[in-house]
Design a binder for this molecule. Structure first.
Ligand code: SF4
Ligand code: SF4
Ligand code: FES
Length: 318
């Protein structure tokens, strides 16, 4: 069986490899095979959107194939295949809308919802998981809940609520492979398995550099910007508009989007620019609260100089 690659082949797929002469079909539509491109990504070229949780179709993210919410049926194969990690082969016939594939995807989503807090008190009712639940018409899991870890609000900028964690591993890849910080890991076994920071330290006491990549990647609201939840970790409101901009801090030129509510910055998401490919550092991600502080503003053209403060006259009009 072919699986996805990280590294150069994944990069080729991310950017769209060159078409080959070989083809396969998805829902009876013929499509060319491209180097490193999975069934999931090929389906997107046909505008067929399959659900995804443990895979993030963004630059730098390797597919892991662990949640199984993206399963499809392949003619002649006994078991369903995770489309995010499966490569097509010439002549393959993939079907995304069979009863078997749809039932399996719905069951997976329902199982993953089992331990989630109810939607009305969800940490992020707009998360990818709840969006999938809405699309698949699932209100709440019908299976018994397990005990889940308590909240961790030790970090000033991020809220950790592992009762919403589905162990998809995306935050581990975000931290280890995308940002190369290696703070987050999986610890424990079976029902005791959980996300940990360093040696199971509170996030705020860990070596986390607060890049927020894990928060941006998490599909459930288990990791969130702290500005989005109240002290009981319940979602407090979504932005009413989004403004694309460039990080004001340094010359790298990271592209970002300000998420705004009532004319106030609520949180920041990274945007796919040539310099940052969605990533941000702590300043771009969380360093925006100064905008709302009542510090004295720079008035007119007053500039501080190392040798002392001096009022400069306004430059002549052009
Ligand atoms: S904020 Fe960045 S460094 Fe901290 S845990 Fe998340 S990905 Fe790792
Ligand atoms: S914290 Fe979020 S990203 Fe990390 S494993 Fe849990 S659900 Fe996935
Ligand atoms: S998105 Fe494909 S297995 Fe999780």
């Amino acid at each position: 069986m072919h699986v996805t690659h990280s590294g150069p082949m994944q990069r080729v797929a991310d950017r769209g490899g060159k078409p080959t002469a070989e083809t396969f079909t998805i829902d009876d539509r013929e499509i060319d095979i491209r180097p490193g491109e999975t069934i999931f990504r090929a389906a997107r070229r046909l505008d067929i959107k399959l659900p995804h949780l443990c895979y993030l179709p963004k630059p730098g993210y390797r597919a892991d194939g662990n949640c199984r919410v993206c399963m499809v049926e392949i003619e002649g194969e006994r078991v369903l295949a995770a489309s995010c990690i499966r490569m097509p082969s010439a002549g393959m016939k993939v079907r995304t809308q069979t009863d078997r594939a749809k039932t399996a995807r719905k069951m997976v989503a329902e199982l993953l919802l089992t331990d989630q807090p109810p939607r009305e008190v969800a940490h992020d009712p707009d998360s990818e998981l709840w969006k999938i639940a809405t699309r698949l018409d699932i209100a709440q899991g019908r299976f018994p809940r397990h005990e889940t870890p308590g909240p961790d609000r030790s970090h000033p900028a991020m809220a950790v609520n592992l009762d919403a964690c589905i162990h998809c591993n995306l935050c581990v890849r975000a931290c280890r492979e995308v940002q190369v910080n290696d703070v987050i890991g999986m610890a424990g076994r079976g029902h005791g398995e959980k996300i940990v920071f360093d040696f199971d330290d509170p996030m705020g006491a860990s070596t986390c550099v607060a890049c927020g990549e894990c928060v941006q990647a998490c599909p459930t609201g288990a990791l969130m910007p702290a500005t989005l939840v109240n002290e009981r970790n319940v979602f407090t409101g979504k932005p009413d508009r989004a403004v694309d901009s460039v990080c004001p801090y340094c010359g790298v030129g990271c592209q970002l989007t300000y998420q705004i509510i009532d004319d106030k910055l609520l949180y920041v998401t990274g945007r796919d620019g040539p310099a940052n490919e969605n990533r941000l550092c702590v300043k771009g991600r969380f360093g925006f609260d100064y905008v709302h502080r009542s510090i004295p503003r720079i008035r007119g053209r007053i500039f501080a100089r190392r040798a002392g403060r001096r009022r400069l006259s306004a430059p002549p009009a052009a």
